[in-house]
Design a protein around this ligand. Structure first.
Ligand SMILES: [Zn+2]
Length: 619
């Protein structure tokens, strides 16, 4: 089974990229764009920046090395490994040559790192050596499952055995998790139990503590508390969700229900208090971390692409372990509003951070972006973790769409695709997320339940098959029967645009509302001399839909522009305070002009712009 995560037990089993074939559509188009454009784009930049050259450099003499310093940050090897993973899932022709370049740099005992080869394991807090191995191992697992053994998989086994020899009986771990979930997956792919035991020990020793204290505090790398004692995700958001993913994997394979419950509780509390409307994670730019509960300022939202991807990976693991639909619901929100947002429509530039409010249009930039922030997608970054993460995620995304169990097939994410399981073959046809109609055609006969996820916003959904129509509630709509070729099941999800209000404790956006339609968050975008978004006041009448020729749906709301006072002192004390609508209540519609809202994932494709998701509804 060609899936990045393949637990040996759980309520649901993944259907891999060999069972789910995406067809043209929202996700299918992006998967194809990734294979045809983004993967090669990433490789070109890794050559241009010298990060692939770092591997060739290790074969040179010390004198030659001295003349050609190593390029990039201490973790740049991991980008080559994520690219190799993307190539493995996409069966990309460039893989063998790149894998050979990596293989040539590996030392006799399995050690492999272009930064620390002459100073091994001297900086666990920031060195990222085990982090790099984690991504190398994930690439090897992808190659094993999508292709079979080759030079890359041999490199990976040598590296994993080196890790087990070096770290099994120490108390050390890495400042950046990922090796945990990688080792569990390698155990799943090979059956070699020491990989699972090594992963278990890495999870358990964290928080004892295992690392030195740092400026940001040990919570930055989740070393402030043992994993099973924490109550909420905290610290660096990518680290937090990668570690939690590894902990779920360990819990599932070792039958540790206490550890699994601990991660479920942390997920639940985080999703109730520390998440942006888009599914984005992280509120602080200085340490790329979660903020305190309800610290969710839209303009300071960090929402790193990698944190969104890690959240999708975690939610998918929890879905497989428990079968609970809420995990698929969050994965969908994050896929449409973080993952899809991060990649430009041409597949060649990326967001690192995705705030929900951009006050100043960015300046176009040629070359490498030195910072994570911006407001325009960049072709490459000094810290370029996100582009290669996007590439490997799209390359394996088909494996996230559907699952199976003993009773049949579950379709969690609605996308045109062919799905095969057992004897059953299905074709999903849909214009989702623009249209709410999802049709499943039976191509080859079979029996069993066919379950289609009904998202939490879709009250009034209907399921039709066998000549009957019935209402279905959020959760899963289940069609059951003996299926013959040509049979058809249809799910209709209501796609009326809706206003969404924040919990009043999310005080940075109190008095604001946002518009969603289906799984998509919308935003106002202002390009050039279009109205300034800082002065708008929106009315909360039902938005008006505009269906564009390419299927995209934009929305109009009514908004008026406030008049700013003189530019002297930005506060005033009027005699009669203006009455404000209480939070959560629709404001009276101002006499305004239509304000066009675009899907959040499409913003920034028209050039430098300001943008906001949360629209003030009061003065
Ligand atoms: Zn990143």
């Amino acid at each position: 089974m060609a899936s990045p995560v393949l637990p040996s037990s759980g309520v649901l089993s993944p259907l891999g990229t060999d069972s789910v074939r995406p067809a043209p559509g929202f996700w299918g188009d992006r998967i194809a764009l990734n294979r045809e454009v983004t993967i090669a784009h990433c490789q070109e930049w890794m050559e241009r920046t010298g990060w692939i050259g770092n591997f060739r450099r290790l074969g040179a003499t010390p004198a030659q090395r001295g003349a050609h310093p190593r390029q990039g940050r201490e973790f740049s090897d991991s980008e080559i490994y994520k690219l190799l993973e993307a190539m493995a899932w996409a069966d990309h022709p460039n893989l063998p040559e790149l894998a050979a370049t990596v293989a040539a740099a590996q030392e006799e005992d399995g050690y492999l790192n272009t930064r620390w080869y002459d100073d091994r394991y001297s900086d666990f807090e920031w060195g990222h050596e085990l982090y790099c191995y984690g991504h190398l191992i994930q690439a090897g697992v992808a190659r094993l499952r999508a292709h079979g053994e080759d030079e890359l998989t041999k490199v990976v086994l040598r590296a994993a055995d080196h890790i087990c020899r070096r770290f099994m009986n120490t108390q050390e771990t890495c400042g950046h998790p990922v090796v945990e979930m990688a080792l569990v997956e390698l155990y799943r792919a090979t059956g070699t139990e020491r990989y699972l035991e090594m992963a278990r020990r890495f999870v358990e020793r964290r928080g004892l503590p295992a690392l030195g204290d740092i400026t940001f505090g040990r919570a930055y790398f989740q070393d402030d508390l043992p994993v099973r004692r924490a109550r909420v995700f905290r610290g660096h958001a990518v680290r937090a969700v990668y570690l939690a993913s590894g902990a779920v994997d360990v819990a599932v394979e070792t039958g540790d229900s206490e550890l699994l419950s601990a991660i479920e509780a942390q997920w639940e509390r985080t999703v109730a208090r520390r998440i942006h409307l888009t599914g984005g994670l992280g509120s602080r730019h200085s340490d790329e971390s979660f903020g305190e509960d309800f610290e969710l300022p839209p303009d300071r939202a960090y929402s790193e692409t990698c944190a969104g991807i890690g959240s999708i990976m975690l939610s998918h693991r929890l879905l497989l372990a428990t079968g609970n639909v809420r995990y698929a619901d969050l994965a969908e929100r994050t896929m449409f509003n973080v993952l899809a947002t991060a990649l430009a429509l041409d597949g060649r530039s990326f967001f690192y951070a995705s705030p929900l409010h951009v006050r100043v249009p960015a300046s176009p930039l040629e070359g490498v972006n030195q910072v994570a922030e911006g407001g325009l997608r960049s072709p490459w970054f000094t810290v370029s973790c996100c582009p290669s993460n996007i590439a490997r995620t799209y390359a394996s995304l088909a494996a996230y769409l559907a699952t199976s169990d003993a009773s049949g097939v579950q379709i969690h994410h609605h996308a045109p695709a062919e799905i095969r399981h057992g004897g059953l073959a299905l074709r999903v046809e849909t214009g989702y997320p623009w249209s709410g109609a999802v049709t499943v055609r039976v191509l080859e006969a079979g029996s069993g339940r066919i379950s289609l996820r009904v998202p939490p916003w879709a009250s009034g959904a209907r399921l039709s098959y066998g000549g009957a129509v019935r209402p279905v509630s959020p959760g899963y709509a289940v069609a059951e029967g003996e299926w013959r070729a040509g049979d058809e099941i249809r799910l209709d999800l209501p796609m009326t645009p809706r206003w969404t209000y924040p919990d009043p404790r999310a005080d940075a956006v109190r008095g604001c509302a946002a518009v969603e339609r289906g799984p998509l968050v919308y935003c106002a975008e202002s390009v050039g001399d279009e109205p300034p978004l800082s002065l708008i006041r929106a009315g909360t009448a039902t938005p008006v839909e505009h269906h564009l020729l390419d299927g995209v749906v934009e929305l109009d709301v009514q908004a008026s522009l406030l008049h700013p006072p003189a530019d002297a002192w930005p506060y005033s004390s009027p005699q009669a305070p203006q009455s404000a609508a209480p939070p959560g209540q629709p404001a009276p519609a101002p006499a305004g002009e239509p304000l066009r809202l675009v899907p959040y994932h499409r913003w920034g494709n028209r050039g430098p712009a300001t943008m906001r998701v949360w629209l003030p509804t009061t003065a």
